[in-house]
Ligand binder design. Structure first.
Ligand SMILES: [Zn+2]
Length: 342
């Protein structure tokens, strides 16, 4: 059941190193073997038992419902009367059905038209007896693989006129998530990268007739890219942040939107430098978001004050997690700049 655990709340502990490596390899390669279908979609029915306790599935398994996929149609989860009709499930199993339905809904598994059964799944279910499993896996892994890129990534790339591999996006997300103990910072980053903010041109699209001009400069269309980066009222703030990096913190980075907004940093940037930069950038972006619809842009002193709060918060969190030395290393340049050499 551990193989299906990546989509369950199950967090295996005290695994042997070989088991841990096996699980890691499985989770990295299954999207390709399953044609990017949800792992739980192809899981055996018993995998759902990891999500709850005392789930009795004997009556379901004995009637040939072996996989999670059997419970779904493109319209959603099969209604209980259909399950009774198709598999002769006893009507007393309604409660178990409702529990299964709840798990599937919470896991957000859906069966789309494009969710074709991959050759790997066919092999696992015994429908490709002539193809050898190892050959099938090697052929799949050797085929050129392009992960699907979510629309928010392609929209940012259109704005910036640049293209980034999905791995680069994922690296930026991972770095940002690891940079802070604050869920608020992570949420703010997600809101911006996933284009959640209701900027004027988005509101004008939703409500025809609404004003789509930027509320700060009253001149340009208020797109997400404009509000957070291109607006003439905000560019001097980003210049100040760039100066803070280069002159005060000794971090040489180009003042580009991919770096400052999306945290796609140059490859030669040291990890500790990128963590400190992320805090500075998040302080700036949360300040911009907090001055929503205000004609005033945040000032550098507001950002520095916010960073003092971030520093204290992270220092307290590092004491709890007993990672104080790592915290001191990451924030050393900030302490030197803000409080003088200590
Ligand atoms: Zn503007």
């Amino acid at each position: 059941m551990l193989l299906w655990a990546s989509t369950t709340p199950l967090q295996p502990k005290n695994l042997l190193p070989t088991t841990g490596t096996l699980l890691q390899t499985w989770r990295q390669t299954t999207p390709r073997l399953l044609k990017e279908n949800d792992l739980l979609l192809e899981a055996p029915l018993q995998a759902l038992a990891a999500h709850t306790s005392n789930l009795q599935l004997e009556n379901w398994l004995s009637r040939g419902i072996s996989g999670v996929r059997s419970l779904l149609t493109q319209e959603g989860i099969k209604p209980f009367p259909d399950m009774v009709r198709d598999f002769h499930i006893p009507s007393r199993e309604l409660f178990t059905y409702l529990r299964l339905k709840n798990i599937i809904q919470e896991s957000r598994i859906i069966l789309k038209e494009s969710n074709l059964i991959s050759p790997f799944v066919h092999k696992c279910t015994g429908k490709l007896p002539k193809v050898k499993a190892l050959s099938l896996c090697y052929n799949t892994l050797l085929t050129q693989y392009t992960a699907t890129k979510p629309s928010y990534m392609t929209n940012w790339e259109l704005d910036l006129g640049l293209h980034f591999p999905v791995d680069t996006w994922h690296r930026a997300q991972k770095l940002t998530k690891q940079a802070s103990h604050s869920l608020n910072q992570w949420e703010t980053y997600c809101k911006l990268t996933m284009r959640w903010y209701l900027v004027p041109n988005k509101l004008a699209h939703i409500y025809p007739g609404a004003n789509k001009i930027c509320w700060r400069c009253h001149n340009q269309e208020g797109s997400l890219y404009h509000i957070f980066w291109k607006c003439t009222q905000i560019t001097s703030l980003w210049q100040d942040i760039h100066t803070l990096f280069c002159k005060n913190l000794g971090i040489g980075v180009p003042p580009t939107p991919e770096c400052f907004l999306l945290h796609i940093f140059p490859d030669n940037l040291h990890e500790d430098e990128s963590y400190l930069m992320i805090h500075c950038l998040m302080a700036t972006k949360t300040a911009i978001a907090q001055k929503w619809k205000s004609t005033q842009a945040p000032t550098l002193s507001e950002i520095l004050g916010r960073l003092d709060s971030f520093y204290n918060y992270e220092r307290m969190a590092s004491r709890i997690t007993e990672r104080q030395s790592r915290h001191e290393t990451r924030w050393r340049r900030w302490v030197d700049y803000r409080y003088g050499k200590m």
